[in-house]
Design a protein around this ligand. Structure first.
Ligand code: PEP
Ligand code: MG
Length: 763
């Protein structure tokens, strides 16, 4: 119990609640808060430092130190004891603070007369947003309970600061500070993340967490005994739940799940964890708030760990805390099925393509993921649905709360959480400029993509869902260069029946009219797993049973799909291609299945397609060395650069660590692409590129320079790529490529960028 304060933290928490309800401005309330804490803790000093956007800790309020130092004293992270607390996210309790090597004396504060110091981090979402300090003149040994109390108060205060309205404009007259307290608080609250743009566009909206964190409405306990009981009961039912999960038949066999659950169970029984929860309840928090506090401290520790194993274990504990919170609050909601606000921006650690599709398209304005790479399928789906998306926003989940305002910029890969007014204004402007640019692209819709020197480039879109079809009209594309048929299978809860498939393909052909569509047969496996198709667990799914390999192993899947495609294209043109072909023999096998289906059609007297072209994707490097044998057998080649480059450079396209690591404009890629187009041209076999490589104007320009005349891309890329083509001299770029491609390790990206700038080519 606190020295001289019989009610301890509970009394103080009540007082805090009263202060916060006062109709005063923020600064006055913070002043009252530090005064109340100092009095309650029998300390001469209580100071509140908040971490500003420039990573400086600013003295925001103080009782005991010189008031003139408020908003004037700043400390860097790691500087002084306050900076040390912010850096380590751990409390400090020192009877003789000045003897500590980190002590940094700030004359303006007049703190030289205070001997002892106790400081705790103010944590929100596992991040330090400030530091709360008490000081005493005497050499005081702070008790465990006192530290515990200050931690609880710091948590409540962190919530209070975060919920202060950022628009309050009252200027801090006392110090003549130019910036209003509201603005400063907004800056404290706002945060910028540097990620990577995964789907174009800019979105303003409100955060919805993909794995929703549980909402805690009451922080301060009314009745500690009742909260204690609640916690004990929730812990008991949590253990029971884990027991049931562990013994269930379904999970008994699932190795990985079982390990995770066993670890959970171990943690749930861990005395350290439960004791910390109980202590937090004793300090006056509700059981839910206590769980959250312990969870936040745990997250803060987790962020400082470099050992991946330990991080994982603490991650388990984090999940366990979420589970416990659900027990405590009874909030169990499936992500995606909840009622969404308008302009929802989904924030997730990572997401599968189907999970994104669970969300209501009319409500969702953008997606931010901590992980993810731009060739992952969720990104492809986001682009298809024209949902701006940013990936690689590391640790964003630790910063955001549901309902936070957020801006995401899919072009620059930036995310602003709780943006300040000036950021909002800048983005309004950017959006207006984008709209202008879009109008420019729209004006080009009807024009063919012809270069300045008269070279026609065929521009197709990639599609996979019915919602993509209007893009054909909107963009004025020449056709659909890649129709990913698996997306229909991915969004379906059960295997789509023959009729459903035929109906879909028929609608695609109806919508395309005269424009050709290339259907790619089922490409599942790797990151595209069908919930109703049992697949063996694989060490390396990207190199495993996927694409045509899987289709060959389960021929009935492909057989019914081919049947549906042939039926849908009765009397019309049908273009088919197979994914993930590694050897000519696999192509032969797949083609034989088509022939068999055609024969069946004839036998039954049904109408065959008016014309049938069969090609293959080129995604496996080994196939490049088989082109002389393959090309005489195929009607066309479509290069899937996403997989081709993943295998060529041996990197995982789903792993964000490698996003941007291997430059697709590097000499090895370009030489590979050059060799393919030359061989295809020599055999008179049409070749196109349908991976993401073709979607970027600079990369598309390089491909044209290599000799490619057909590109298939995300619908949003048609405008920018067409504009590039219309300003390009195809002969000039071909010459540039020829001159430098085999030169001594040329920086092709720099050369191409330079060429584009000099020739006024939008890229
Ligand atoms: C590719 O690999 O480039 C491709 C177009 O196929 P997907 O992205 O669907 O694997
Ligand atoms: Mg592929």
């Amino acid at each position: 119990m606190l020295a001289g304060s019989p009610g301890g933290p509970r009394v103080l928490l009540r007082r805090l609640r009263e202060i916060m309800a006062e109709p005063k401005d923020t600064q006055s309330r913070l002043d009252m808060v530090v005064r109340a804490i100092a009095a309650n803790m029998v300390a001469e000093v209580c100071s509140l430092y908040l971490l500003r956007a420039n990573d400086l800790l600013e003295l925001f309020a103080t009782e005991g130190l010189n008031p003139a130092a408020i908003h004037k004293t700043h400390l860097r992270i790691g500087e002084g004891l306050v900076g040390l607390i912010a850096e380590t996210a751990e409390y400090i309790s020192l009877p003789d603070a000045q003897a500590h090597p980190h002590f940094a004396y700030r004359p303006e504060t007049g703190e030289d007369m205070y001997k002892s110091l106790m400081g705790v981090p103010m944590l929100r979402g596992g991040r330090v947003i400030g530091v709360l300090v008490v000081q005493n003149r005497t050499m005081r040994h702070y008790e465990e309970e006192e530290i515990e109390s200050l931690q609880t108060i710091a948590m409540v205060l962190a919530e209070v600061v975060a919920s202060e309205t950022p628009l309050e404009t009252k200027t801090d007259v006392r110090n003549g500070a130019a910036q209003g307290i509201g603005e400063v608080l907004a800056e404290v609250r706002s945060h910028r993340f540097h990620g990577r743009g995964m789907a174009e566009g800019i979105a303003f909206g409100r955060v919805v967490l993909h794995a929703p964190r549980v909402d805690i409405t009451h922080i301060i306990a009314m009745d500690v005994r009742a909260e204690r009981t609640l916690l004990d009961e929730a812990l008991k039912s949590l253990l029971k739940e884990l027991e049931v999960l562990l013994t269930s038949d379904r999970l008994a066999r699932a190795g990985e799940h079982r390990d995770v659950l066993e670890a959970y169970q171990m943690f749930a029984k861990d005395h350290g964890w439960t004791a910390r929860l109980r202590e937090a309840v004793e300090s006056g928090l509700t059981a839910a708030a206590a769980t959250e506090r312990v969870q936040m401290e745990n997250r803060a520790r987790m962020q400082r760990l470099s050992d991946p194993y330990l991080r994982e274990r603490l991650q388990d504990l984090d999940d366990l805390s979420n589970r416990l919170l659900r027990h405590l609050t009874g909030q169990i909601q499936a992500p995606g099925s909840v009622l969404l606000p308008d302009n929802t921006i989904v924030v997730a650690r990572n997401m599968g393509p189907t999970e994104l599709l669970d969300y209501d398209r009319d409500k969702i304005a953008g997606v931010v993921v901590e992980e993810g790479a731009d060739t992952s399928h969720v990104a492809i789906v986001a682009r298809a649905l024209e949902i701006p998306m940013v990936g690689g926003a590391a640790d964003i989940l630790d910063w955001v709360e549901p309902g936070d305002s957020i801006i995401l910029d899919g072009e620059l890969g930036a995310v602003y959480v709780r943006p300040t007014e000036d950021v909002i204004a800048a983005y309004r402007e950017r959006m207006a400029m984008r709209a202008q640019k879009q109008a420019q692209f729209d004006a080009l819709r009807g024009a063919p993509a012809i270069s300045k020197d008269g070279v026609r480039i065929k521009l197709d879109i990639n599609a996979g869902l019915l919602v993509d079809l209007p893009h054909l009209q909107d963009t004025g594309a020449d056709g659909i260069g890649l129709f990913r048929t698996e997306l229909q299978f991915l969004i379906s809860a059960v295997f789509p029946r023959f009729e459903t498939q035929r109906n879909m393909y028929s609608r695609v052909l109806d919508a395309a009219g005269e424009r050709p569509v290339i259907f790619r047969t089922l490409d599942v496996g790797a990151d595209k797993t069908l919930p109703y198709l049992r697949q063996r667990g694989e060490e390396n799914p990207a190199l495993g049973w996927r694409g045509t390999r899987l289709a060959m192993e389960r021929p009935s899947l492909l057989k019914y799909q081919l049947r549906a495609l042939l039926a849908a294209a009765a009397g019309r043109q049908l273009n088919l291609m197979f994914p993930m072909i590694s050897e000519v023999s696999e192509f032969r096998q797949a083609r034989a299945m088509v022939d068999k289906e055609l024969e069946r059609l004839k036998r039954l007297g049904q109408t065959p397609p008016a014309s049938l072209r069969i090609g293959t994707m080129l995604e496996v490097p080994a196939l490049v060395w088989q082109l002389p044998q393959l090309l005489p057998l195929v009607d066309f080649i479509s290069i899937g650069s996403n997989d081709l480059l993943q295998f060529f450079y041996a990197y995982d396209r789903e792993n964000p660590k490698f996003a941007g690591r291997y430059d697709p404009l590097g000499a090895p890629t370009l030489q590979l692409m050059h060799s393919i187009v030359q061989q295809c041209d020599a055999h008179d076999v049409p070749v196109s590129v349908c991976g993401e490589l073709a979607s970027r104007p600079l990369e598309a320009m390089a491909l044209i320079g290599l000799g490619y005349r057909s590109l298939s891309m995300s619908p949003v890329s048609i405008g920018p790529v067409k504009l590039m083509v219309m300003n390009l001299d195809a002969e000039a770029i071909a010459q540039l490529m020829q001159e430098h491609l085999t030169g001594p390790s040329p920086d092709m990206r720099a050369l191409l960028t330079d060429f584009a700038i000099k020739n006024n080519i939008p890229h």
